[in-house]
Ligand binder design. Structure first.
Ligand code: TPP
Ligand code: MG
Length: 733
């Protein structure tokens, strides 16, 4: 163990060991926490063997560096994005052993997740330990967003104020100005792309982030040299600017303490992020489901055992006269008793009530389906307020105006994405050398000019970066309204969109939430859009609980639904059809700064009595055209329903209409098989079978991608004629 000699009082020097500035009592406390952590792991292993818990993954071998980190960070002040090996860190910042064991047994009182997540998936509201998931590496970009939010509130303190009438009523914001955001992972996880994206942004923005890599040289069975070119992550990251770097023996609490102190001092001073790479061991295999003897020879395992931080630090304390054998044993006995009592307590704890399974899928505080989100356009108040309906505007115009008015109203809104800013090199704007871009479709045009580069800015060309940071910001209380340039390129963000954004509230049992808005330009009918600028795929996201999915077909709905999306307390995917952005169909005057349309309320575009068409997005105008034609030429009366929001969707309106017409056609632009219409058709067949006079029909794209050549594009995507043909067939059954 390292210990530092310090010489006091000049010439007649007495040599006193200062142990990196730690008192003897602090050294004993460090040992106690390390030992406690190991004993909780041991107890969980026993409980797993007794089948009283269902999974175990240990922090064994990582204790020293994590206690050293945890004791220098501030609970409920700094923010934490730890991973499953970080038991000692959590203990050091104040999580109680019984709270850990509650999660292991899946107790209702588990503060991490209320029995929803596996053990060692840390989360604790009061301690600012943000709910963690199982995917390796998704925590990094969220930590970046969390750090950015702290910075933002420091610069815009008024934005932290409570406000009523939207999500802010339920989102407490705290910030201090010098808080650190801790984020950690293992050596293997450094291979994930999001790790690198996070380093990139943290360096670029000099964010107050503490990156920690716990290098036990294995990712399950894969050794570090396979994951990391050259075998040493410190070497690879060393050229990121603005960072402070530490590479240390993570089994040595004193060396770790000193390294973390330098790193944390650097961050708190506002100089930028720090990177601490600790070399540790993994004595208990990857998890209880893994047997490392299958891939590590005895010689390697014994060598590692000799580096065990617990036995070595114990020996060190005895050697230094800080503990003797007897006091060490007493301390250990007290820890054993504490763990025993915590386990007994956890084993008696109540399980979650069965009817709570769906609690916190969505916000329990603010329901975007409610009347509170139903307001009239301001031209309806014409007589009272003198407002006049203005000129007819496109969907693109109204989205832009809505974003602008919401930004005026809510200082917590930030916008970013690829090309979203007017101009990143702001001097060009201020010198009036350029006009600015504001999005490839110009939807955010002028917003940076109006609200500044702090609130509207470009992201790197990395979709996970956009959504991951938004998750972290929203968790901390900001309202990110981010843009994915083309739906076709949403996939790099899939982890964040499927495993993080919509899950944070549910998996933390309501302790955390991230009501961000992700605007996505979607869809085809572009004449030449081809494979990679024409995709739909909304059903992939409606198949994800926790996510609200909105798909307007006209300018007025886009304005009203976007406002609801921004003000509500749930994550929203807001799908904007590129073909509809500037279409003549569905233009409207701007409905004013408070116009909202609630989610889950379809619009009956046209009433009818013979046949119901259920659709949304760009197939609304195409279906309307077909409906008008069949009525004119064949006297068939079609009721046309525009769903407007896909999750939630308005079953009541569908059912009422189908009961009236007894014939139904579901139309959508995305491919037929496994598409959104499959669910609607199945539910109609299931619940309304006896109301039907004909089978439920669907019209959708061919089961392929969209081709470039317009004649092929036409044949692949559903056209008005296809809809008309299906209507005719259905009306004759
Ligand atoms: C995205 C993702 N891929 C795979 C896994 C399965 N998995 C869980 S832990 C792990 C190894 C992680 O190794 P490392 O980052 O070195 O951390 P360690 O467990 O060694 O501390 C793998 C492959 C996962 N959880 N998430
Ligand atoms: Mg590892």
């Amino acid at each position: 163990m390292a210990s530092k000699a310090a010489i006091r009082n000049g010439a007649t020097a007495t040599v006193e060991k200062t142990y990196e500035g730690l008192t003897r009592q602090q050294l004993i406390d460090i040992y106690r926490l390390m030992f406690l952590s190991r004993r909780i792991d041991d107890r969980e292993i026993l409980l797993k063997r007794q089948q009283k818990i269902f999974f175990q993954i240990s922090g064994a071998g990582h204790e020293a560096m994590l206690v050293a980190a945890g004791m220098q960070l501030k609970a409920g002040y700094d923010w934490f994005y730890p991973y499953y090996r970080d038991r000692s860190l959590c203990l050091a910042v104040g999580m109680k052993p019984v709270e850990m064991l509650y999660q292991a047994v899946g107790a209702a009182d588990d503060p991490n997740s209320g029995g929803r997540q596996m053990p060692s998936h840390w989360g604790h509201k009061n301690l600012n330990i943000v709910t963690q998931s199982s995917p390796t590496g998704t925590q990094f970009l969220q930590a970046v967003g969390c750090a950015e939010a702290g910075r933002y509130f420091q610069r815009h303190p008024d934005a932290a104020n409570k406000a009523h009438g939207d999500y802010r009523q339920f989102k407490e914001v705290t910030f201090h100005g010098d808080e650190v955001v801790y984020v950690s992972c293992g050596d293997g996880t450094t291979s994930e792309g999001e790790f690198w994206e996070a380093l990139n942004t943290a360096a670029n923005k000099k964010l107050p982030l503490l990156f920690v890599v716990e290098d036990n040289e294995y990712a399950i069975s894969v050794p570090v040299e396979v994951n990391t070119a050259g075998g040493n992550i410190s070497k690879l990251v060393s050229s990121f600017p603005n960072f402070h770097f530490e590479e240390l023996d993570g089994t040595d609490p004193l060396a770790s303490y000193a390294g973390f102190k330098r790193a944390i001092d650097y961050i708190r001073a506002g100089k930028g992020p720090a990177f601490v790479h600790g070399h540790v061991i993994r004595p208990y295999s990857h998890s209880l489901s893994d047997d490392e003897k299958l891939y590590r020879p005895e010689s390697e395992r014994t060598g590692e055992a000799q580096r065990d931080p617990i036995t070595r630090f114990r020996a060190f304390l005895i050697q230094e006269g800080i503990l003797d054998e007897h006091s060490a044993e007493q301390l250990e006995k007290a820890v054993e008793t504490e763990v025993q009592e915590a386990a007994d307590h956890a084993l008696r704890a109540a399980f979650p009530a069965l009817n709570t399974f769906d609690h916190f899928v969505y916000s329990p505080d603010l329901d975007p389906k409610s009347e509170a989100f139903s307001t009239r356009p301001h031209w309806e108040f014409e007589n009272e307020s003198g407002h006049k309906a203005g000129a007819q505007k496109t969907m693109a115009d109204l989205i832009n105006s809505t974003l602008r008015d919401e930004m005026k109203r809510d200082p917590r809104i930030v916008m970013f994405g690829e090309d979203v800013a007017d101009c990143s090199r702001e001097e060009y704007l201020s010198a009036k050398q350029v006009k600015g871009k504001g999005g490839v479709f110009k939807l955010t045009s002028g917003l940076q000019c109006d609200f500044g580069g702090d609130r509207v800015f470009n992201s790197p060309l990395a979709e996970a970066n956009i959504v991951g940071r938004a998750v972290g910001m929203a968790t901390r209380g900001l309202k990110p309204v981010v843009e994915i340039q083309f739906f076709d390129y949403i996939w790099p963000a899939m982890h964040q969109l499927r495993n993080e954004l919509p899950l944070i509230r549910w998996r933390s049992n309501g302790n955390f939430s991230c009501p961000a808005v992700v605007r996505v330009a979607i869809g085809g009918y572009l004449t030449g859009g081809s494979i990679y600028h024409s995709q739909s795929g909304e059903s992939i996201f409606t198949h994800t609980p926790g996510m609200r999915v909105v798909f307007p077909s006209n300018a007025l709905d886009a304005a009203g639904l976007l406002r609801t999306a921004i003000r509500c307390d749930d994550p929203v995917m807001f799908l904007e059809h590129k073909r509809l952005y500037r279409e003549t169909y569905g233009r409207a005057p701007y409905p004013g700064p408070d116009y909202m349309v609630p989610f889950g309320k379809a619009k009956i575009v046209k009433e009818g009595s013979d046949l119901t068409v259920v659709t949304y997005g760009a197939t609304v105008p195409r279906s309307l055209q077909a409906a008008q034609k069949i009525e004119r030429d064949h006297n068939v009366s079609v009721e046309l329903i525009d769903l407007r929001t896909l999750s939630p969707y308005d079953w009541e309106t569908i059912a009422t209409s189908v009961k009236k017409t007894s014939r139904v056609l579901v139309v959508h632009e995305d491919m037929l098989s496994w598409g959104y219409g499959a669910e609607i058709a199945a539910r109609i067949a299931d619940e309304l079978f006896f109301d039907l006079d004909a089978p439920v029909r669907r019209v959708a794209a061919k089961d392929t991608f969209v081709a470039y050549q317009p004649v092929l594009e036409d044949v692949i995507l559903p056209q008005s004629d296809d809809i008309l043909k299906a209507m005719l067939e259905l009306s004759k059954v």
